[in-house]
Ligand binder design. Sequence first.
Ligand SMILES: Cc1cc2nc3c(=O)[nH]c(=O)nc-3n(C[C@H](O)[C@H](O)[C@H](O)COP(=O)(O)OP(=O)(O)OC[C@H]3O[C@@H](n4cnc5c(N)ncnc54)[C@H](O)[C@@H]3O)c2cc1C
Length: 497
Amino acid sequence: MADFDLAIIGGGINGTGIARDAAGRGLRVVLVEQNDLASGTSSASSKLIHGGLRYLEQREFRLVQAALREREVLLRSAPHLIRPLRFVLPINQARRSAMLLRLGLLLYDWIGWRKILPGTREIDLVTDEAGLPLKPRFHHAFEYSDCFADDARLVVLNAVDAAERGAAIRTRTRCVRAERTDVWRLVLNARGRREVVTARVLVNAAGAWIESFAELVLRQPPRHRLRLDKGSHILVRRLFEHDRAYILQTADRRVVFAIPFERDFTLIGTTDRAFTGDPSNVLPAGEEIEYLCGVASEYFRVPVGSADVVWAFAGVRSLYDDGARKPQDIGRDYALILDERFGEAPILTVYGGKITTYRSLAEDVLDRLSHFYPRSRPWTASSRLPGGDFPYDGLDALIEQSQTRWPFLSANFARRLVRAYGARVDRVLGNATARADLGIDFGADLTAAEVRYLMTEEWAQTTDDVLWRRSKLGLRLSADETAALDRFMTQANGATA
Ligand SMILES: Cc1cc2nc3c(=O)[nH]c(=O)nc-3n(C[C@H](O)[C@H](O)[C@H](O)COP(=O)(O)OP(=O)(O)OC[C@H]3O[C@@H](n4cnc5c(N)ncnc54)[C@H](O)[C@@H]3O)c2cc1C
């Protein structure tokens, strides 16, 4: 008998989502991630849980509708990580007519299956505060709803839930060889330690690496169905005071978002360029930064230049190539390719997908594999992710309760912790009665208690895991503070090795 019913390659949003769904159905699951969870594309997205207004123009109605439906499902399942966000779309007649935008948004609202999110309205930028940071030539705008998420933490919490339902989550473990007989025999390399596991079914959810994994590890002939497309974001000091985002129409018929981020910043993105090369090594190019600054400067009164950029990051979309020519015209929908042969263990490859659709994608994967397993029912649509068991509009109440229980928490500290851990904040703070009970303060309210929690419960091993994926405190810690955190984590890793 195989060790596992299902082995999954890739600890991004798709791999962890599939692991969670499968483990919840009682399957024996192992997930293998070569680096940290969400170290690939899943921490480099625009972090929107959205239908994708722009995809309506490309007539991707099925994708848009499926994605729009997921917004409120995900919002209810993780109200700490996901929040509703209003988008201001300034009318720019040179780009698209007001009539076209109105029709698009009407359709977006109509197919959007909204119970929580408010619908579209028109706003006067002369009187509404959303007009203040914009150049005076923009008089009117539409305002509509989507959601914003902490993409990397969404991945981690799917992994936490999968593990609590019995899945084995192996981070910093690379699958280097796979032999296919009536079961899969996988050779794993965990930082030099070799291990072999067997599984009845294999899922290749390696994102931008799916084809290199197929060629180098599975030793399959090249398929060339994968199109890689790079997207970059920049972060600047906050450009406006309110909590809405902007969607800016560009001269090349794209859109760029400007989103309030981590209280003090504005996130601006994204670009869209064909990519070749190693997906582990993807960085924003100077010209992409210039492009994003240019778009922002066209709309905002205060010009944005590359010297204003405090952080930039890039990721690679993996798209299923359906033959379209321009990167922006290739479908954003996902494709699941099942390869089953008589007498040989099956493999399913996941092409594409979005953060927004990961839950329904996982459901589709389990549906495609259903004939290999005992009958089971979809269950994730009405479930909560760890810490998400409170009402979708109950975040402020939870923050207040936390400050009552731990009076030493400042408003910002409480908000950050509740946003990250939701109703599980007690697992981080425990019975602390004073700030000093949380141990060393590394800076920006990051304490030893929280770091220990991240290391024992969320697979954090390095400062990058803590500062850029489990949180975004990398924006606030100095080099000396990061070095102190590094020493602490190295010592803690040594103690558990
Ligand atoms: C710029 C940009 C903006 C985006 N914005 C949005 C958005 O706003 N909303 C939205 O819904 N979607 C968005 N997306 C899409 C979304 O981010 C991706 O579809 C999603 O993150 C893909 O997840 P994944 O799990 O397939 O891949 P990944 O997150 O890349 O995970 C694959 C994992 O496989 C691992 N791996 C590879 N080979 C091996 C091996 N041999 N052994 C073990 N592990 C291996 C990698 O290390 C990696 O962590 C955006 C994408 C980009 C690039």
